[in-house]
Design a protein around this ligand. Structure first.
Ligand code: KIV
Ligand code: ZN
Length: 513
């Protein structure tokens, strides 16, 4: 029988460290539920000492998720360990993940600690964490640039103190596949009590090698891999869950281990993370990109028609790409709608919530006669976005545009329960609309990103707009979907403005309606 490879997902922790990817508690719970449906073994839900919001989010995930282990991150400080221990208390299965840096540059410049002190902190943290759970993970941060002899000493000490998983992070994405794999096998051979812990890896993608390094480590004995959906994470991101899982799955001739991941849930989980964080998935991204299974050249198309395996190493259905079939339409009833939503993992908390979602669905079905799963997911993402942040709401938008004329937008927003009108002109319809909104909401932020993607296919497909605003070092993403991309853009701008939560002064508005 093959070994089990533990899939440790850190989308909610390292993934959230991508600039602009911060998530609300409700959004984290929705992603955690999707990860549970995917059968992820461990969900790293956050860093509870970082803020009250982080603590509450980890606690909410711990209360909701039943089948995956819920993990909280902590430095080796007492206050961190206690806060992590409190946050994971409601979980069926819980883990504390504690870390301290071990590379010479981090110990000297950042921690200003001697190596012996670092070992002492690590051991004390493990012992304290054991008051809360028996499942304890230790990471020597920047292990990828640490001295191998020192790694052997600290890892032996933490395993002796009770660490059940030792994770080797390539924190700055410096390692190369063959060398990283060799490091893992050396550590496993040289540490006398290595057999008492599971070896894990956590690779960053600064050189585009996170997945390759992780796979090399797995070939050399690592039995846990840390990864994120869509490869989200600090800087260039972490190793992507979908790529690792499908490599293991597809190359069973090479790997001596297997995962428990339900691969058919991969695409919907990827879409959910993309729509919540506002990080679009590039079309040529492996496994989950829109072109991942598309064949353009005639020779390829001909080959695939004759025998799919001529040009495909995986089946699109196995990762959850469904036929773009019509799911619901204008005449579908409430129970068909509810059924489909449950299949997509959406549970309504009350009849009122179902009714509101159903009425939004009917509005959409009036504009667009074929409703796909992707449309339903966007609808839910938006409903959640607006339910969370209702301070600024779009009431109406009217845009005038004509060849040779300057476009002008007229907007009415509800701000703190008062309706406010504004108008502006711009170089295009989107520009005019965003300017009119900005006159009211006064974010004074820089527009760092504007992107529009089509949800599903067809001439009447909805456009999903992502807007990133940056102000004083803070970055937020806003999301909006509509069959009209000018309206989608306005919704995305308002969503981002709500997230920035700037004080809106009365004098900024052009007129109270
Ligand atoms: O990249 C890193 O070193 C980390 C640790 C906290 C595991 O994220
Ligand atoms: Zn990391």
């Amino acid at each position: 029988m093959k070994d089990k490879l533990i899939i440790f997902d850190t989308t909610l922790r390292d993934g959230e460290q991508s600039p602009g990817a911060s998530m609300t508690t409700d959004e984290k719970v929705r992603i955690a539920s999707a990860l549970e449906r995917l059968n992820v073994d461990v969900i790293e839900a956050g860093f509870p000492i970082a803020s009250v919001g982080d603590f509450e989010a980890v606690q909410a995930v711990a209360k909701t998720i039943k089948n995956s282990t819920i993990c909280a991150l902590a430095r080796t400080l007492n206050k961190d360990i206690d806060r992590a221990g409190e946050a994971i208390k409601p979980a069926n299965r819980s883990r504390i993940h504690t870390f301290i840096a071990t590379s010479p540059i981090h110990m000297q410049m950042k921690l200003k600690m001697q190596p012996e002190e670092v070992i002492e902190y690590a051991v004390k943290a493990i012992k304290r964490a054991r008051k809360y759970t028996d499942d304890i993970e230790f990471s020597p941060e920047d292990a990828g640039r640490s001295d191998e002899d020192f790694l052997c000493r600290i890892l032996e000490a933490v395993i002796k103190a009770g660490a059940t998983t030792v994770n080797i992070p390539d924190t700055v994405g410096y390692n190369l596949p063959q060398q990283f794999g060799t490091t893992i096998s050396h550590l496993m051979e040289r540490i006398p009590n290595a057999d008492k812990a599971i070896f894990s890896v956590h690779c960053h993608n600064d050189l585009g090698l996170a997945v390759a390094n992780s796979l090399s480590a797995i070939e050399n004995g690592a039995r846990q891999v840390e990864c994120t959906i869509n490869g989200l994470g600090e800087r260039a991101g972490n190793a992507s869950l979908e790529e690792i899982v499908m490599a293991i799955h597809t190359r069973q001739d090479i790997f001596e281990c297997e995962t428990r991941i339900k691969t058919s849930e991969i695409v919907s989980c990827s879409r959910l993370v993309s729509s919540i964080t506002g990080f679009p998935v590039q079309p040529n991204k492996a496994i989950v990109g829109a072109n991942a299974f598309a064949h353009e050249s005639g020779i390829h198309q001909d080959g695939v028609l004759k025998n799919r395996e001529t040009y495909e190493i995986m089946r699109a259905e196995d990762v959850g790409w469904s036929e773009n079939k019509m799911i619901l339409g204008k005449h579908s009833g409430r129970s068909a709608f509810k059924d489909r939503m449950i299949k997509l993992g959406v549970e309504f908390q009350s009849v009122q919530e179902l009714n509101e979602a159903f009425s939004q669905f009917k509005d959409l079905a009036d504009k667009k006669h074929e409703i796909f799963d992707e449309d339903l997911q966007a609808l839910i993402s938006q409903a959640h976005a607006y339910a969370d942040q209702e301070r600024i709401v779009l009431i109406s938008l009217r845009v005038q545009a004509e060849t040779g004329e300057i476009p002008r937008a007229h907007v009415i927003l509800r701000v703190d329960n008062r309706e406010v009108y504004s108008q502006a002109s711009g170089c295009g319809m989107v520009d005019a609309s965003l300017k009119a909104i900005e006159i009211i909401v006064k974010t004074e932020a820089t527009l760092a990103l504007y992107s529009v993607n089509s949800i599903s296919s067809g001439m009447d497909a909805q456009g999903e707009v992502t807007i990133r605003l940056e102000k004083g070092g803070r970055i937020v993403n806003g999301l909006g979907a509509d069959v009209d991309i000018v309206i989608a853009s306005a919704k995305a701008y308002i969503h981002a403005a709500n997230r920035l939560d700037t004080p809106i002064k009365k004098s900024y508005s052009q007129g109270i309606v």
